[in-house]
Design a protein around this ligand. Structure first.
Ligand code: ADP
Ligand code: MG
Ligand code: MG
Length: 211
């Protein structure tokens, strides 16, 4: 489908469904190196936005949908992930303000703004074993796919592939940000839950665009 407001709504709805399906798995990842609530946090925030999606005004744009999601996550999700994802969607929304249909360049701008927002808020660098280790490879892959002439759906698919690899790449790392950083070497061998939720969310966006 074209990347219009219907796509943004489909992306958010399918993210909510996928996060609900993976709630226990994300909790388990977070139990190993955190406090066990990441699946619960993400599920709560994305379920809370669903009723609001239907209330978007006529003529709403993808940015309006992402802005609604951002404010819902910030107000309903405690802990690290709420403000981080909330900032990501707020910056993503701002990057595509007023754009009715995203092209490849807009997809790259959206992903870049989301990643930059998370960095601004959480100050994590690549290799710190956070969601940034999924987001930054996703941004890089999206840029490359766009430069190679991929259409917007394929730009998103490239981002999703890279985010999945990025989530796996957190397993051997020691954490330098968030709760997992308290564990030192005991975090080694465990996948970062926020990197995993990022991979799930970006795959949902790519799948919504491909359908
Ligand atoms: P909490 O740790 O408050 O319980 P969650 O469990 O919902 O919050 O989210 C944990 C995830 O947040 C981690 O797996 C990591 O990906 C991400 N995270 C934590 N701190 C940071 C940070 N400073 N920068 C980027 N991501 C972070
Ligand atoms: Mg947690
Ligand atoms: Mg918590």
């Amino acid at each position: 489908m074209s990347l219009d407001v219907a796509w943004a709504q489909a992306w958010i709805r399918s993210s909510a469904q996928v996060l609900a399906e993976h709630r226990a798995e994300l909790n388990t990842l977070d139990r190993e190196i955190g406090d066990g609530d990441h699946g619960e946090n993400m599920d709560r925030g994305f379920q809370a936005v669903l009723p609001k999606l239907d209330g978007l005004a006529d003529g709403a744009t993808p940015g309006d949908a992402f802005k609604t999601l951002a404010s819902t996550l910030i107000s309903t999700v405690g802990g690290a992930a709420g403000p981080l994802y909330g900032t990501a969607y707020l910056k993503a929304a701002t990057a595509v303000t007023g754009v009715a249909e995203l092209d490849g360049a807009a997809v790259v701008a959206l992903l870049t703004a989301a990643r930059d927002g998370i960095v601004l808020r959480g100050k994590a660098e690549s290799g710190d074993k956070t969601m940034i280790d999924a987001w930054t490879p996703a941004v890089d892959a999206a840029e490359q796919a766009h430069a190679a002439g991929a259409d917007p759906a394929l730009v998103l698919a490239a981002a999703a592939d890279a985010a999945e690899a990025g989530a796996v790449s957190t397993e051997p790392l020691v954490a330098r940000k968030g709760r997992a950083s308290y564990l030192g070497e005991r975090a080694i061998g465990h996948r970062d839950p926020g990197a995993q939720s990022t991979a799930l969310i970006l795959r949902s966006g790519a799948d919504a665009a491909a359908s």
